[in-house]
Design a protein around this ligand. Structure first.
Ligand SMILES: [Zn+2]
Ligand SMILES: [Zn+2]
Ligand SMILES: [Zn+2]
Length: 206
């Protein structure tokens, strides 16, 4: 007797999830896929998810001050934290001193004080001004015992940068007529006006 042939029905696949992975800033990811756990056939292919790229975030720097170094702005990724542009140091600026002011006039018996102020931060520093030389005759730059046109000429030429006139000034103290610790155009002006008989200028020569 014949046994009738009988179709064996095909079994359905046994579906199993293939785990994907998320993309990161720099590496691509994969979607979830599906395969049959029995025969291995891929039923749903995994797909590539493109890398997202970094998300830039500013790292705020700080300006340099007179005494402290600063930092430039930097950049990092706000997602993965990777440093994209490092902050750079900005060197401290140093104080920016003004020309200074005489805050205590020197006398023959006591030193004076000149105070400098930083134009940026207001910090001050002081410098001692030496005692006045009581024996020096103010305005008598060549120390010949008289204040006259020769002194004016030597001081003018010295200030104009003429060669050899630095050594003709025998006393810088005598040339610093306004006693501000600097020999400058103003001293020459006072001397010239004094010699020309302007009123009010003789007080410098006492
Ligand atoms: Zn299968
Ligand atoms: Zn990143
Ligand atoms: Zn300063």
């Amino acid at each position: 007797m014949l046994i009738a042939q009988k179709t064996i029905e095909e079994l359905p696949h046994t579906v199993e999830k293939v785990e994907g992975k998320p993309a990161t800033c720099t590496e691509h990811g994969l979607t979830d896929g599906v395969k049959c756990s029995v025969c291995g056939e891929i039923l749903v292919e995994q797909e590539i998810i493109q890398a997202t790229g970094h998300t830039k975030e500013t790292i705020t720097g700080k300006p340099a001050t007179c005494t402290e170094d600063g930092l430039t702005d930097g950049t990092k990724c706000s997602i993965c934290g990777e440093l994209l542009a490092a902050q750079e140091e900005i060197a401290a600026l140093g104080h920016s001193w003004d020309a200074g002011k005489v805050t205590k006039e020197p006398t023959a018996t006591a030193t004076g004080v000149r105070t400098y102020t930083c134009k940026r931060c207001g910090t001050t520093k002081t410098e001692t001004i030496p005692k006045l030389d009581a024996t020096v005759l103010i305005g008598d730059v060549n120390q010949d015992g008289e204040v006259n046109a020769t002194d004016r000429m030597i001081l003018s030429r010295y200030l104009a940068g003429w060669e050899g006139y630095g050594t003709k000034i025998k006393s810088m103290d005598a040339a610093d007529i306004d006693r501000n610790s600097k020999v400058e155009a103003k001293d020459r002006m006072i001397l010239a006006r004094y010699l020309a008989g302007w009123t009010g200028y003789d007080t410098y020569f006492k």
